[in-house]
Design a protein around this ligand. Structure first.
Ligand SMILES: *Cc1c(COP(=O)(O)O)cnc(C)c1O
Length: 388
């Protein structure tokens, strides 16, 4: 469809790569050792990614879902515990908890930022709650001040699902400087990528140590005698992926600069369209990497929203329907589900009920386009949004 779109709508391709990735891959290849225990690329990437986010302790893993699972496990999440997650998120947020046998408890989100409603999270805390997982939706950092307070008051740790938030900042602080664990994804569509991959930032070295053991079958780094000290699995990242991610990290900040310039232009245009509301911004978020360009068309139901997405795709926009409310996915109910019905959860998540049906997102490569293209994007949307 993009081939038939007007010239003005040929957005940059994603992922982006060049000689830096090529050189990295050959460097990894020519080491002659392609796993992290014998090579240098994964370790170098951990140092660089950690330093970039203000964290001393970074662990690279196979993907973002495993990053969440591992982080939850070292925080003590398992059978008999509960993890509070936003109802509006990608399913990995809840699946990671449920894989560990913990009950995922969905709570509502904020109607403007689409991030976890901290008052709703507070109401959901029980003696079994072992972690609270904010998701920095589309790059917008959740209210980390209120979450830090809730965590201090309840003694329940926060784990940030930062799969959309590479390079984000909250009141001058980077994702590794907020005092909690942060889990990232490097899947193909994410803001840095090697096709697949993930990382966890830890606020202290002890948690990192335990995570290292668990991500490598419970085996200490220098072990040669099969001394498996803890239970675990194999979540190790390979050397090729790390070499690509080192190059991708070098592209991140200038890409964020571009998206941070484009989004206000697009958001201003979108806000002028009757019936359209762009994702809002808490002023305390002083750097938003913009994983998605999101907006709502309040009043649309799922079917009419999906029809609108199809029309926008037909006009050359890389548009997508938003995540479904997690409690409305069959996967959510297969194991470790809460002792509540869909209707009961829906009735305490009114924002999610509307948002998952009336919101649309555009791929972040739109925000890497030229400034004039932002006006073209908005005018296509204006031409096809149903009258309010
Ligand atoms: C992409 C994503 C994940 C999972 O990452 P993978 O690397 O695809 O496993 C987790 N949470 C959110 C919010 C995501 O968007």
């Amino acid at each position: 469809m993009v081939e038939n779109a007007p010239e003005s709508l040929s957005f940059p391709a994603w992922p982006q790569f060049g000689d830096e990735e090529r050189t990295g891959l050959i460097r990894a290849l020519e080491q002659g050792q392609w796993w992290r225990i014998a090579g240098n690329e994964v370790e170098a990437f951990e140092r660089e990614f950690g330093a970039h986010h203000g964290a001393e302790h970074a662990l690279a893993v196979t993907n973002g879902t495993h990053a969440l699972e591992l982080a939850l496990e070292v925080l003590g999440v398992g059978p008999g515990t509960e993890v509070i997650v936003p109802a509006f998120t990608f399913i990995s947020s809840s699946q990671a908890a449920q894989r560990l046998g913990a009950v995922a408890v969905p709570v509502d989100v904020d109607p403007a930022t689409y991030c976890i409603d901290v008052a709703a999270a507070e109401r959901a805390v029980t003696p079994r709650t072992r972690a609270i997982m904010p998701v920095h939706m589309a790059g917008h950092v959740a209210d980390m001040d209120a979450l830090a307070k809730l965590s201090a008051d309840t003694d329940v740790p926060v784990i940030q699902d930062a799969a959309h938030a590479h390079g984000a900042r909250w009141q001058g602080r980077r994702m590794g400087e907020l005092g909690s664990v942060a889990a990232f994804s490097f899947q193909n569509g994410k803001l840095m990528t090697a096709g697949e991959g993930g990382a966890v930032l830890f606020p202290d070295g002890e948690l990192w140590q335990e995570a290292f053991l668990r991500h490598s079958c419970g085996r200490p780094r220098e072990d040669r005698s099969y001394l498996h000290r803890t239970s675990g699995s194999n979540f190790r990242l390979n050397e090729f992926s790390a070499s690509v991610l080192r190059a991708q990290l070098g592209r991140l900040e200038s890409q964020i600069d571009t998206r941070e310039q484009r989004w206000p232009v697009l958001a201003r245009d979108l806000a002028e369209i009757p019936g359209v509301v762009p994702q809002g911004r808490d002023e305390r978020v002083d750097r938003n990497p913009h994983y998605m360009a999101m907006f709502r068309v309040p009043g649309l139901d799922e079917k009419r929203r999906n029809e609108l997405v199809d029309v926008l795709i037909g006009k050359g926009l890389p548009a997508f329907a938003s995540f479904r409310a997690i409690y409305r996915c069959d996967a959510f109910w297969e194991r470790a589900a809460p002792d509540e019905t869909v209707a009961e959860i829906a009735s305490r998540c009114p924002v999610t009920e509307a948002l998952f049906q009336d919101s649309i997102w555009l791929h972040h490569r739109v925000l890497l386009g030229a400034e004039e293209q932002m006006h073209d994007v908005a005018s296509i949307i204006a031409d096809h949004v149903p009258a309010p």
